[in-house]
Design a protein around this ligand. Structure first.
Ligand code: HEC
Ligand code: HEC
Length: 346
């Protein structure tokens, strides 16, 4: 499109907005909520059973995700910590920041491709997408609210009564409906259109460096960060020396098994460029720091998984190539997807 027609299109759009009073940008259609499993992806774990996506329920879930009403003092929304421009991680914050400026003990993970996960959180402590929001809502250092009180507040809000009716057919506001609509919104956050995906689909090609990065990745990293999701959803110890101030033992806090000490769920590496800082405690600011860490086995703790020692020493060239490859996992069409934009800005 040339400049002139772009200007005309913009003017026409504004005129239309003025006439209808509805910002078309935020309108969600049946097609927008249809589950499209990307080619080459496995079958999803969460199948939207008894929670069939509809535009109205999705829109309600989107509003709840962006609404600080879910927190005790109406200051913190899901989106305060899960920022769209960071693939729904939290840009530049090593540890999460919750209500009253309280600092949590873990880094905010990206939200993407959640329906392929059988468990959530760095330690896999939550095993159902529909139950997951209860954790931040009730956590005293995140939103510090009770679900009963959230429901009370929503019931006193005329707009929500109308929106629940549009979504579910009647005005009943229940925790089940809140959780199901949030699961529709977060469950449809699917990232599968990075340059990596385009190359696999034959729509793009890699540079020499990216190609050799992919080869190195498949040889040294993919045993844990398995394609195409870039995680095998397992819990592993990648050798990080424990931070004595956080005392986070990871998976063993859930299983009670010492064997699981310092294991964390393998994070996906999709959109990794955007989700800094890195690791469960955000200890590495830059992707380069992460690759430097992996490049030398002497950095690893004695209890690191054996696959860590199979990586071997990485040369400067290896590191450059790996970095080049990791950058191909950024998916602009995901973070700029209009379906996920904050509806309160309209
Ligand atoms: C105060 C910051 C904060 C707020 C507010 C918050 N989260 Fe999170 N979220 C986190 C952190 C930190 C984790 C990782 C927690 C852990 O591993 O113990 C997380 C994990 C998750 C996960 C699991 C992701 C994965 O791949 O395992 C989902 C899903 C999620 N949050 C959704 C939500 C929703 C929905 C809301 C709103 C109801 C919300 N979060 C509010 C910080 C926050
Ligand atoms: C033994 C399994 C394993 C192998 C092999 C492995 N990783 Fe990881 N990786 C993990 C785990 C587990 C974490 C999370 C650790 C934590 O936070 O405590 C992680 C974290 C990361 C992160 C940070 C992700 C984030 O969102 O914070 C990056 C980047 C990364 N790995 C890249 C690589 C690269 C590149 C390789 C190959 C050179 C590699 N990994 C090999 C298990 C592995």
């Amino acid at each position: 499109m040339n400049k002139k027609s772009a200007v005309i299109l913009a003017l026409v759009s504004f005129a239309l907005l003025g006439f209808t009073g509805v910002n078309k940008y935020f309108i969600i259609t049946d097609d927008d909520v249809a589950l499209k499993v990307p080619k080459g992806f496995p079958k999803p774990h969460y199948k939207f059973k008894n929670n069939k996506p509809s535009p109205e329920i999705f829109v309600l879930g989107r509003k709840l995700f962006y609404d600080p009403i879910l927190s005790k003092d109406s200051t913190i929304s899901c989106a305060s910590c899960h920022q769209r421009i960071a693939a729904f991680g939290h840009i530049d914050h090593a540890l999460s920041h919750g209500i009253n400026g309280l600092i949590g003990k873990r880094n905010v993970p990206a939200l993407q491709n959640l329906i392929w996960k059988d468990a959530f959180m760095w330690d896999g402590g939550v095993n159902h997408l529909e139950v997951q929001p209860l954790s931040p809502i009730t956590n005293p250092i995140e939103m510090n609210e009770s679900i009963a009180h959230v429901i009370e507040k929503l019931k006193h809000n005329k707009q929500y009564a109308e929106e629940f009716r549009t979504a579910f057919g009647d005005t009943a506001i229940t925790s089940e409906r809140v959780l199901k609509s949030l699961a529709q919104f977060t469950g449809l956050m699917i990232s599968a259109n990075s340059r990596y995906d385009k190359v696999l689909r034959g729509e793009d090609t890699f540079s020499v460096a990216e190609n050799s990065g992919l080869e190195l990745f498949r040889e040294k990293c993919a045993s844990c960060h398995e394609e195409p999701l870039f995680t095998d959803n397992s819990y592993r110890n990648n050798g990080l020396k424990p931070d004595s101030s956080l005392k986070d033992r990871g998976r063993s806090a859930i299983t009670g098994d010492q064997f699981d000490d310092y294991k964390f769920q393998v994070p996906s590496l999709r959109n990794i460029e955007l989700t800094y800082p890195y690791m469960h405690d955000g200890r590495f600011r830059k992707l380069k720091n992460v690759v430097d860490y992996y490049s030398n086995p002497q950095n690893f703790s004695a209890s690191a998984a054996k696959e860590m020692y199979e990586i071997g020493t990485l040369t400067e060239q290896n590191k450059k190539d790996l970095l080049a490859f990791l950058l191909t996992l950024s998916d602009k069409s995901f973070i700029y997807d209009r379906r996920f934009v904050d509806p309160f800005v309209q």
